[in-house]
Design a protein around this ligand. Sequence first.
Ligand code: GLU
Length: 287
Amino acid sequence: MTGFRTRFAPSPTGYLHLGHVASASYARAMAGPEGSFLIRIEDIDPQRCLPRFEQALREDLDWLGFGSALPVRRQSDDLKTYRSELARLHTMGLVYRCACSRAQVQAGTKGRAPDGSAVYGGSCRTARIGADTPHVWRLDMQRALAAIGHAPGWEEWSPHGRRAVSSRAAEFGDVVLGRRDNGVSYHLCVTVDDARQKITLVTRGADLFEASSVHRVLQTLLGYEAPLYAHHGLICDESGQKLSKRDGAESLRALRDKGYDARQIMVLARASLPDAPVIPVGRNVDR
Ligand code: GLU
């Protein structure tokens, strides 16, 4: 096989900023001229993902020249697929219902997971919560790792070669695989989609590096192929904080209003991720 199959998977929770452009451009560059590049909209959070942001996201990506990777897979169109994969894990006896509120989870936490989230204390693990009680679904991490027989790590790409990364899955504890509102979660959906879309190289920001341990567990349990991973650096503001929609990072639209054209924005974004392979701006590698 020549070239990777990569994807850019934004969530429409705000307007795109330079960090997104860098990430999309990195994914497309990593696909290489022989590979393929897909866009996926990760919109499973009904509170935060808004139609106007999705519309803007599609327009902005098209304006930047990513249009040939559209139309896209949209997670909210296919919740049943994720739920049926969760049902498979249920059949294996590896997930359970948890009725704890956010405050209860915080109060009973066993500390911080590698991604900074609270590790669940486990009070519902043997509680037999009924279907009528509002609940999330959690993975029983210890059982899952015992079922696999080891904690699966992954291969990380870098410009200096590939390296093996050891799993930190056990430190995450019982992560949520099904949210209270729609029965699915980021960890579940991203894993299912990367497999369904036959992604061979998962590229994303370094802030999601640790989550890969959880995804490798799910891939192994569900019988999916292991992709290669490449986590790129993050674009930070003057105070060293990652650009984020929530903290009001300057949107692409604001840059456009200031007179930047698409080519200039692509050059700026690429320059901020020096590890990405260089392909001429404007060259179309989509398939
Ligand atoms: N949808 C995630 C985000 O916007 C990225 C998912 C991924 O690349 O794994 O942060």
